[in-house]
Ligand binder design. Structure first.
Ligand code: KMH
Ligand code: ZN
Length: 284
């Protein structure tokens, strides 16, 4: 399903789990840094911020208290923006730790729709586990707490679990899928115009789509998604560079660029309230 003509919903993926200040000193890690980045992204045109929690040393963490602290900090700085917490968490977290962010009651949360495996680096061979029974349990909890799931699909095979949730009445329409393209996981699609379009072709009914593309593909592939009527996600979680060899100065710098491109394409970012209305997100 396409967004209303001339509108784009922009999510800023502020920090993720794998990038850190050594890679780019502008990655926000602590609640005050996250809150500042969220406000800058809102001012630039983002409607949603996708957030991972970090402990004092910058490692991914999964405590309810930390997520509550982040929620309060972001709300203190920016009343409007939609806060989306990650249940992807980080490779050091257990399944139980990953789901704790829901207890802080964000308006939205990511929901990863299948199990993947990194092939290289520190977490090679360690599954990023998202079993069907866990996906169902998390979706049920999100439905009960009125938290909008943003279903992260890394390939078309993950639509099987989307259909399973729909069949079991564990989702409230309209549905919202994020095409996550270019992750260095076995089982994930590359980020190209062809993979983007093929994800779109098989999208379930009554479902909006968002597009995440990593590294150098972030700008071209999200731009293409915007042209196709999709929402887009840009931010340091997925890409730490502004251009080849040049680190991004901030998340907002990446949002600002997409807003400029949208404007050239006769499109404009939604306000957070417009995004809530379109996606069926309950404001709090
Ligand atoms: N960084 C990725 C693996 C999540 O936070 O739920 C994509 C992601 C997962 O956004
Ligand atoms: Zn994430």
């Amino acid at each position: 399903m396409k967004l209303p003509k001339g509108k784009v919903i922009i999510t800023a993926s502020l920090n993720g789990a794998f990038v850190n200040k050594e890679m780019n000193p502008n990655v926000p890690e602590q609640p005050d840094e996250i809150a500042k980045a969220a406000k800058e992204c809102y001012d630039a045109g983002a409607s949603i911020v996708h957030i991972h929690a970090r402990d004092e040393k910058g490692r991914p963490t999964g405590t309810k208290e930390k997520f509550e602290e982040i929620l309060a900090a972001v709300r203190g700085n920016c009343k409007e923006i939609i806060i989306q917490f990650s249940t992807g968490g980080g490779a050091n977290l257990t399944i139980e730790e990953r789901v704790r962010c829901l207890d802080a009651k964000p308006e939205s949360a990511s929901l990863n729709m299948g199990t993947l495996m990194r092939q290289t680096g520190a977490f090679a061979g360690q599954p990023f586990s998202n079993m069907t029974e866990d996906i169902e349990a998390w979706a049920a909890k999100m439905k009960e707490l009125d938290i909008k799931p943003e279903m992260e699909c890394y390939s078309q095979s993950m639509y099987r679990d989307v259909h399973n949730l729909i069949k079991k009445d564990l989702l409230k329409p309209p549905y919202y899928v994020n095409f996550v393209l270019g992750m260095v996981y076995q089982g994930a699609l590359e980020a190209t115009p062809e993979t983007l379009y093929s994800m779109y072709q098989f999208l379930p009914e009554n479902c909006y789509f968002n597009c995440t593309a990593t590294s150098a593909a972030q700008l071209p592939v999200t731009t293409m998604a915007m042209i196709m009527g999709g929402a887009i996600r840009v931010g340091l979680e997925d890409n730490i560079y502004y251009s080849r060899g040049v680190l991004a100065k901030s998340n907002a710098q990446l949002v600002e660029r997409s807003v400029r491109i949208a404007s050239e394409l006769n499109s404009e970012p939604t306000t957070p309230d417009e995004a809530r209305e379109i996606l069926g997100i309950v404001r709090r």
